[in-house]
Design a protein around this ligand. Structure first.
Ligand SMILES: [Zn+2]
Length: 416
């Protein structure tokens, strides 16, 4: 690599300014961002992003599900590009950094290379993946899941939000149903910068997380069927209480995940009593289960032990419990060569770094199933994310963007 390239640093002030400039699209009074995918605020940020990419000399394509691909030419255009980017949609009470940092840092990398007059050997392509958050439309990581073939475009286009609006209608309403079929843009590899969304880097005093793995995910929809009866006249031993059953299931989930800790988590995040009433013993309760681990054997154990515990609780309480599998995703092991490239970039730049597992799902976890992928994490304050209080320092964001740039330069090569 030329010495200009090896000493290159991104423009920290410019990156910070773009993060705050785009935070106005869907800004909330508490300093967060509400930018649901394919809504009016998402259109605003997409228009801003397309404009910024075109001003930086990139060619922007949009696929049939609205994911945006901004190509920067390389010397050898016969090769597929190195991809970099993340997502610009947020949770309903989201922050300024989740997804946004990775997408705008990718833009900053290109702006920095432009300013330095550096051409890469193979092209670069910035991506804004549609609907990473999964808040308005399920599934989460929708654009990248379709890209890797987990869902067909037609399946995704027919998905509806809570108001009955389909993905197709939402795309059309903001003018982002593109004409390139999903999967058209190929990549030699993909690198995503993201805030950690957890407390590990901050607690460990590290600036850069070299993400080598991502947790597998197991989601169930559960249903408990007991028997509704009078809260005053039904003796305790004769009850078939669905909510009391759920309380045992919640504690079983907690105990099982804790027993496999620290490499496992398990959560019952939703519970709905059918026809709730103060003086009726709950007869039917719906609930959800979310189990995660980066270790496939632990994932299997969580599943097995939870099912056994639930069977025991149901038999003892004479209720019926069903579990419907909603999603099962094996753990991600990011590409070793790309993970090494991230680590070497962090090392060469002199940032304190460590290997880390991603607790959350990311587009790169999907992408890693069809191409080499890796991620760079930076700390966020108190590990808080999916919250308007989400915060990260300018210094850490800058460090992450520099690691992203030098990883990408190492992978794409500098044209001499
Ligand atoms: Zn994200």
């Amino acid at each position: 690599m030329t010495s200009i390239a090896s000493n290159l640093q991104i423009d920290s002030a410019r990156l910070w300014e773009t993060i705050h400039e785009t935070a106005k699209f869907g800004a909330t009074p508490k300093g967060g961002v509400r930018r649901l995918t394919l809504g009016p605020e998402d259109k605003e940020v997409r228009d801003w992003f397309r404009n910024a990419c075109e001003s930086a000399g990139l060619t922007v394509q949009v696929d049939a599900l609205g994911s945006m691909f901004a190509l920067r030419a390389g010397r050898d255009m016969s090769k597929p590009p190195i991809g970099l980017g993340s997502h610009l949609d947020t949770q309903p009470t989201g922050g300024k950094f989740d997804g946004v940092l990775g997408t705008l840092a990718a833009l900053e990398v290109v702006r920095t290379l432009n300013d330095a007059g550096i051409e890469t050997e193979i092209p670069l392509c910035i991506v804004n993946w549609t609907n990473e958050e999964g808040s308005r439309f399920a599934p989460a990581m929708m654009g990248s899941a379709a890209y890797v073939g987990d869902f067909t475009s037609d399946d995704i286009l027919a998905r509806k939000d809570i108001d009955g609006v389909t993905v197709a209608e939402a795309l059309d309403s903001i003018g982002y149903r593109g004409n390139s079929p999903v999967g058209t843009q190929k990549f030699a590899g993909f690198v995503e910068l993201h805030i950690e969304q957890g407390p590990i880097l901050e607690a460990d005093g590290k600036t850069i997380g070299v993400v080598d793995s991502g947790q597998g995910v197991l989601w169930y929809d559960g249903k408990i069927t007991g028997f509704e009866s009078h809260a005053g006249s039904t003796p305790m031993p004769l009850r078939r209480d669905a909510l009391a059953t759920l309380s045992e299931i919640v504690l079983a989930m907690e105990r099982i995940a804790t027993s496999h800790g620290p490499k496992a988590v398990g959560t019952v995040g939703e519970a709905v009593i059918a026809n709730p009433s103060r003086n009726v013993i709950p007869g039917a309760v719906a609930f959800t289960v979310d189990c995660r681990s980066a270790d496939a054997a632990i994932m299997d154990a969580l599943d097995r032990e939870l099912r056994a515990a639930i069977a025991g609780i149901a038999a003892r309480r004479k209720v019926e419990v069903t579990l419907d599998l909603v999603w099962r995703k094996p753990p991600t092991h990011f590409d070793p060569k790309l993970v090494d490239a991230v680590e070497q970039a962090a090392q060469a730049l002199g940032y304190a770094h460590r290997r880390i597992t991603s607790g959350a799902g990311h587009d790169s976890c999907n992408l890693n199933t069809v191409m080499p992928a890796a991620m760079v994490f930076v700390p966020c304050k108190d590990g808080v994310s999916h919250n308007e209080l989400e915060d990260a320092t300018q210094g850490d964001c800058t460090a992450g963007a520099n690691v992203l740039m030098h990883t990408v330069l190492a992978l794409a090569g500098v044209a001499s």
